[in-house]
Design a protein around this ligand. Structure first.
Ligand code: GDP
Length: 439
């Protein structure tokens, strides 16, 4: 998701970096290219227009052009504007004091509402809440079945009710939550393939009856340009507090995710990226903007690494050892494993004499962070084929990661050393046994 855009923007920036001084023409040219890249990623054209106008004005400032590092300043401005576009501040889900708290989900059919309802319930469960899911899609029995199956999977009660009146089911669902001592109710409403009067009226009626504490609109990240019309229709009729952007793992161009805040004024609260119940992440505009610009996303990385199952990691590591075809993505994964085990400091502290080493400040935990930022500043192709990393690429990566070229060299050197070391433990090519340590 958004990888094409990311590669395009990074290409534009490396062109700028190669120039040293920047003229107005250079800025105009770069802005034209950024504009094209955004449009091709399916970002709404009005959003693109405003984005480019704001960014260009700031970049053409004499102070920027005449500074010692004009390209860096331009990149900073783009990062800043992109963060603004995505919503600037985090907008976490804050539950009100009312018990049960009621969250209502709206959105088109197929947007990922039912899946998101279950994921949200799972998340709340992890946070020690007792959620209840209410199935209000009375038109498609399969929708209620789906919610029930998902509820069973994560161990969350699902209220289905009887009859064909979604308002009644929603109201009864809240009573069921009171009776069964649940503190959060998540109402999954019915969607349609397109915006229509009936769907809007129904959502309004449910809203009026249950007075939800929050309404979240689920938007499929693949919606592209049409996101504007759909979101505007919901905003006008039912209004909503925030967005859950689903299917962020898809290979769509992702323009919807970049347009929604600007178009609706409503923040993205969560992004959903997969079929598993735990694939709902809080959305952080700054981290996403950095990720798009290839500046790494260390914090998200650490958070998601913590979730990875230990067995899965072990199996992957074993497979990698067998392959001995280490690339920089594998290297990044190995880093994650170290973190998974508690980071360098904990590992070292567990070794004999480790405590002493730590107290003498011999452990550089931040090296892990730096390494990840550096690898994240590489393109996917570079990570897979580290041989591509020539001088100019290394310089670009260093600038992107905000480090010295020597730091990049250091990572590549470490990588090569690890690769060499692992080769020594690999079976010989002729398959007649293992190579000795001589390698
Ligand atoms: P609803 O009609 O809005 O309730 O949509 P569903 O929750 O039934 O989702 C529609 C389809 O999208 C289902 O096949 C889901 O498995 C799939 N889906 C939902 N969320 C995601 C996601 O984040 N990633 C992927 N890959 N698929 C998703």
């Amino acid at each position: 998701m958004l990888e094409n855009l990311s590669e395009r923007l990074q290409g534009i920036f490396s062109g700028l970096r190669g120039k040293g001084r920047l003229t107005e023409d250079d800025i105009n040219q770069a802005m034209r290219e950024i504009r094209m890249a955004l449009l091709e990623a399916d970002v709404n054209f009005k959003v693109v227009k405003t984005f480019i106008a704001n960014t260009k004005e700031r970049c053409l400032d004499a102070e920027v052009l005449e500074s010692l590092t004009p390209a860096q300043n331009v990149i900073k401005i783009v990062l800043d504007e992109l963060t603004e576009l995505l919503g600037r501040t985090d907008s976490k889900l804050v539950l009100g004091s009312r018990i049960p708290n009621v969250i209502m989900l709206v959105g088109l059919q197929g947007s990922g509402k039912t899946t998101a309802a279950a994921k949200l319930a799972y998340r709340l469960l992890q946070e020690n809440h007792q959620p209840l899911l209410v199935a209000c899609d009375v038109y498609r029995p399969a929708a209620a079945d789906q919610l029930e199956t998902l509820g069973d999977e994560i161990g969350v009660r699902v209220y289905r009710g009887e009859g064909k009146d979604p308002v009644k089911i929603a109201t009864e669902g809240i009573q069921d939550a009171i009776d069964s001592l649940r503190d959060v109710v998540i109402i999954d409403t019915a969607g349609r393939l397109h915006v229509d009067e009936e769907m809007m009226a129904e959502a309004e009626n449910i809203k009026r009856a249950v007075k939800p504490d929050q309404i979240l609109m689920v938007v499929d990240a693949m919606t592209g340009q049409d996101v504007v019309n759909v979101a505007a229709a919901f905003a006008e009729r039912v209004d909503f507090d925030g967005v859950i952007m689903s299917k962020m793992d898809g290979d769509a161009r992702g323009g919807g995710a970049l347009s929604i805040k600007q178009v609706t004024g409503k923040p993205i609260k969560f992004i959903s990226s997969g079929e598993k119940p735990d694939s709902l992440e809080e959305f952080h505009p700054d981290r996403m903007a950095k990720r798009i610009l290839g500046m790494g996303d260390v914090v998200s990385l650490i958070e998601s690494a913590a979730k990875i199952e230990a067995e899965e990691m072990e199996a992957e590591a074993a497979e990698r050892m067998m392959r001995a075809q280490l690339n920089l993505n594998d290297f990044l994964d190995m880093n994650k494993q170290i973190r998974k085990m508690g980071g360098v400091s904990k590992l070292v502290a567990a070794l004999p004499g480790g405590d002493k080493a730590m107290s003498q400040g011999q452990v550089d935990e931040s090296a892990l962070d730096r390494m990840e930022v550096i690898i994240h500043s590489m393109t996917l192709q570079e990570r897979e084929k580290p041989d591509l990393l020539n001088g100019s690429r290394r310089a670009r990566i260093a600038a992107g990661a905000g480090v010295q070229v020597s730091d990049v060299n250091q990572v590549i050197k470490k990588f090569n050393e690890t690769k060499k070391m692992m080769k020594q433990f690999m079976p010989a090519d002729d398959g007649r046994g293992r190579k000795g340590k001589k390698g």
